[in-house]
Write a protein that binds this ligand. Structure first.
Ligand SMILES: Cc1cc2nc3c(=O)[nH]c(=O)nc-3n(C[C@H](O)[C@H](O)[C@H](O)COP(=O)(O)OP(=O)(O)OC[C@H]3O[C@@H](n4cnc5c(N)ncnc54)[C@H](O)[C@@H]3O)c2cc1C
Length: 337
């Protein structure tokens, strides 16, 4: 039988905005469960640009995206959110004035209100169709680089022709023992300046260009990669001894099941009332990149403000009949972590 868990607010999306919503709800005595399709929190910050500095977070002249996520998790921690990571939210059904959120593993979360902070939708990497690739994922095959240092001294095969592939080839060439760059054609779709640097590093022997080749299969044992086999369109193969394969074929972004939740949408975004962040069904709220209203800016700081507004609008649903006295955090304080 499917497991059922009860909470006050279910937050769909553990990106920066969803994480801050945990804090804002917590300050108003509302417990949260947070679901994310990725197996880590942080949304776009963690998946797309963890080591890039962000310059427009108030109070931080510059902060790396991963560090910001760390701070947001720390800020949410005193409120003991329950995370369901690596789980996609599939269904949303109304049951006696509460919502039932169904996850892809059969878990059901019952909540009084739902905050959709799903960014651009559930996203995951476009995976190359290599037989048995799953066995190597997380040990020898990585779709994103969490820490550049993890690749120090390693033999790395990078596949792809866009900005991510080229940028990581340039970056990892500084720490890896060997970098192979696989692309099926000589032309790259990356920033021209980066391509020029790539070519210079290839000339200097710091990166080996394996072009025009495509990934063919993997070899290794027990999830440990030993070589990546690549092939031309004519079937001519090369065996590259390797410790890690990094395929960068873009992210598949998918509004997915949310599109079928009977919410008013506007070009793939959820239309909300900007005063409350309420969506078109009572008890459902949307904040961050997925929400739209006139003048909406897709910035993290705007999402933070929407999280505060949504939490205040949800309070009377979770605490009916209890007046909400607006208080500053300086007055109220936060629970010990
Ligand atoms: C390269 C780059 C640089 C950027 N630089 C800046 C900057 O300098 N300043 C700035 O303010 N913004 C910047 N942004 C934009 C910023 O990252 C986004 O505005 C921000 O991430 C939005 O946060 P979010 O929490 O709304 O959504 P996201 O970060 O997109 O997170 C949403 C999460 O919801 C999950 N999800 C979606 N659907 C489901 C589902 N059905 N089930 C389970 N989980 C689901 C996704 O997996 C994802 O983890 C940048 C973006 C990029 C790509």
């Amino acid at each position: 039988m499917a497991e059922r868990q009860e909470t006050d607010v279910c937050i769909v999306g553990a990106g920066p905005v969803g994480l801050f919503a945990v804090f804002e709800c917590g300050m108003l005595k509302m417990r949260c469960h947070v679901v994310d399709a990725l197996d880590m929190s942080g949304g776009q910050c963690a998946a797309l640009y963890p080591e890039k500095p962000i310059y427009d977070i108030p109070g931080y002249p510059a902060i790396d995206a991963a560090a910001l996520i760390g701070k947001l998790e720390e800020q949410a921690a005193p409120f003991h959110p329950v995370y369901h990571l690596g789980r996609q939210v599939e269904s949303l059904t109304e049951e006696n004035g509460r919502w039932r959120i169904g996850l892809d593993d059969g878990t059901a979360i019952g909540a009084r209100a739902v905050i959709i902070a799903a960014g651009v939708g559930a996203f995951g990497p476009n995976k190359p169709p290599l037989p048995g690739i799953e066995a190597y994922e997380g040990r020898g095959v990585f779709y994103l680089v969490k820490r550049r240092e993890d690749f120090r001294g390693k033999r790395v095969v990078i596949a792809g022709g866009g900005d991510s592939a080229v940028d990581w080839a340039l970056s990892l060439a500084e720490v890896a023992a060997q970098v192979y760059m696989i692309h099926r054609r000589p032309k790259f779709r990356a920033a021209p300046e980066s391509v020029t640097r790539l070519e210079a590093l290839a000339k200097a022997g710091r990166i080996e260009m394996v072009v025009p080749y495509q990934l063919a299969r993997l070899e290794g044992e027990g999830g440990r990669l030993s070589s990546v086999i690549v092939a031309t369109l004519e079937g001519q193969e090369r065996v590259l001894a390797a410790d890690a394969l990094l395929p960068f074929f873009g992210l598949a972004m998918n509004l997915g099941p949310i599109a079928g939740w009977d919410l008013e949408l506007e070009r793939g975004h959820i239309r909300i009332d900007p005063a409350t962040c309420a969506a078109s069904r009572p008890g459902i709220f949307a904040i961050g990149d997925i929400a739209t209203y006139p003048g909406k800016l897709k910035l993290i700081l705007c999402g933070f403000s929407e999280a505060a507004m949504a939490a205040h609008a949800i309070y009377p649903l979770v605490h009916p009949g209890e007046a909400l006295h607006f208080e500053y955090s300086t007055t109220k304080g936060v629970p010990a972590g």
